[in-house]
Structure formats: structure tokens, C-alpha cells
Ligand binder design. Structure first.
Ligand code: CP
Length: 298
């Protein structure tokens, strides 16, 4: 999939028209900027059409997920869903007769993980350090923040691609950790877990962070107390100029960014930042996912 994404990126116009006559339905139960835009722009560039369906304005609020999904499969060639609960994504997958793409749920963010690896792969290609067969195996990636859905997907994709992942995650809820993929990464000798953030950054090729509080709770007054607790715990782990003083690592963030929390304002567009490339690369990653699922391209 990563190789396909690189091909799509470098031969963009060769894939024009591949999705002609196909409709993508994008179902959103949570807010989005990048997932919404990149899937719709991707489908448009491939010659297909995308429909944005807001959960709250649809009859998913009135009926069963499975029944509504069975209907969608009759009109859509492919469905991307950003839902709150992973179980609902699984229910959609069981009910659908067309491919279902997880556009981020409470447990996983797989489309983001592919775009992240595409970004690393492109950055290494530009630096002349991409491995044979376009491999990024051995790349040292450090993630600092909460052990969340983004981390579960990073763990999973790192195990598949041989990326050495260091996690600095003082904030974790054991119930939301995908233990199976974590064990897979551990068994391959690719997982380090530490709270020594300075050392983890100094040794890294890439340093990545994400919000300390899931998007749907960030501005929710009923989470104000929990937000304060997290800020107090996590501020020593903020990515800022002082933390990066001894490091040449490139800086990543899946966005949206909360400046002054997980990342200091000065870092967002610093010389080492590849954050906007990373966000841009969602487009090619989504195209690769859709081309693979609908047309079996590799
Ligand atoms: N990174 C990401 O999924 O961005 P959005 O939430 O804006 O879609």
C-alpha cells in the first residue's frame, strides 16, 4: 500500500479517471478537516464523486448501523466512516457489501498511519536514505503524548514496515491499547517504551506528537477537570525548542494542533517540521487505499 501511495504521488495524473462512475460515501460522526478534504479531493482527482453524510443529519440516528449500512452499499462503491466507536465500524464492515474504510475511531486511525509512513518514506527518499525496495525499515520514530488511537495504528504499521518505534506515553488507558499489535512490535524487537523524553528525542529520526485529549472532548466543559489534569501531567513532555536543542529529528503532528499544549508555537513551522507535508500526504494515501480496495491496484 505504501509503494502504491508513492506511485500515485509521483505519477498523479496517470490515475485520473480510475474512479469514474464510482461514488464514495463519507460518514462523519465526529469533526474533521483533513480526512474530509483529502478523501473528497482524492475521489474528485480520480474521476469519482464523494458524498458527505453527517451522522447527526442522517437516519443513522434513528435506525441500526447495520441496516443503514446495507442500504449505503446499494448506492455507494466504497464507504469511509469516522465513527466514535470501533464496534460500530466493525458492525458496518459486517453489514456492508462494499469496502469500509476506518476514517478514525476511538481505537485506530489507519489512514493517518499510512500518510505518516508515506511522509517518512518521501523525506528519506529526498535525503537519499531510503532503503532498498523503498524500505523504511530501521527508521527511528519517537512518539510523545497520550497512548491513543493514533498510537495503536502507528504501532501496527511500524510492525509491518520494520520501523523502530519509541513511545513516550505517560498518559495511557490500558483498555484502549491494542495489545495484539503492541506484542507484535515487541516480538520484532522494534518497540521501546520510556519516560526519558530527552534521550528519546536525541536518538530519533522523527519525533511525532498528537493531542492530549481526543477531539470530541477538547472543548467540552464536562471534560475541563480531566483536561487540566492532563495538561499538568503532560506539559513536561511538550515538544518545544528546548527539547529539540540536541536533536536533528524531523517534527511530525497529525493535526489539528493545539499550540502551547502538545507542541510549542515556535516548533510548528520550524526548519525541522514536516507537519504540512504530512497533512498534504493524506491525499495520496487516501487515493492509494481507495485504488487498492476498489480496483486491487498494488
Ligand atoms: N489528522 C486528522 O485526521 O485530521 P482531521 O481530524 O482534521 O480529519
Amino acid at each position: 500500500m505504501l509503494r502504491l501511495a508513492r506511485k500515485v504521488m509521483h505519477h498523479r495524473w496517470e490515475y485520473q479517471g480510475h474512479m469514474q462512475g464510482n461514488t464514495l460515501v463519507m460518514l462523519f460522526q465526529k469533526t474533521s478537516t483533513r480526512t474530509r478534504v483529502s478523501f473528497e479531493a482524492g475521489m474528485t482527482e480520480l474521476g469519482g464523486h464523494a458524498i458527505n453524510l453527517e451522522w447527526e443529519k442522517s437516519n443513522f440516528t434513528l435506525s441500526k448501523v447495520g441496516l443503514e449500512t446495507r442500504y449505503l452499499s446499494r448506492n455507494a462503491a466504497i464507504i469511509m466512516a469516522r465513527l466514535k466507536a470501533h464496534d460500530d465500524v466493525l458492525e458496518m464492515a459486517r453489514a456492508a457489501t462494499v469496502p469500509i474504510i476506518n476514517g478514525c475511531c476511538n481505537m485506530y486511525h489507519p489512514c493517518q498511519a499510512l500518510a505518516d509512513m508515506l511522509t517518512i518514506s518521501e523525506d528519506r527518499a529526498q535525503a537519499g536514505t531510503l532503503g532498498s525496495d523503498e524500505s523504511i525499515a530501521g527508521t527511528k520514530l519517537t512518539f510523545i503524548g497520550a497512548y491513543n488511537n493514533v498510537v495503536n495504528s502507528l504501532v501496527s504499521i511500524s510492525a509491518a514496515l520494520g520501523v523502530k518505534l519509541t513511545l513516550v506515553c505517560p498518559l495511557r488507558d490500558e483498555a484502549s491499547i491494542d495489545q495484539e499489535s503492541r506484542q507484535r512490535l515487541k516480538d520484532r524487537g522494534l518497540l521501546t517504551e520510556t519516560l526519558d523524553v530527552k534521550a528519546a528525542v536525541k536518538d530519533a529520526d522523527y519525533v511525532y506528537t498528537d493531542t492530549w485529549l481526543d477531539m470530541e472532548f477538547f472543548n467540552d466543559p464536562s471534560f475541563a477537570e480531566e483536561k487540566e489534569r492532563r495538561i499538568e501531567l503532560m506539559l513536561p513532555y511538550q515538544i518545544n525548542a528546548e527539547l529539540l536543542a540536541d536533536s536533528n529529528a524531523k517534527i511530525m503532528h497529525d493535526m489539528p494542533i493545539h499550540p502551547g499544549y502538545e507542541m510549542a508555537e515556535e516548533v510548528i513551522e520550524c526548519e525541522q517540521s514536516i507537519i504540512f507535508d504530512q497533512a498534504e500526504n493524506r491525499l495520496e494515501a487516501q487515493k492509494a487505499i481507495m485504488l487498492h480496495l476498489l480496483h486491487g491496484l498494488t
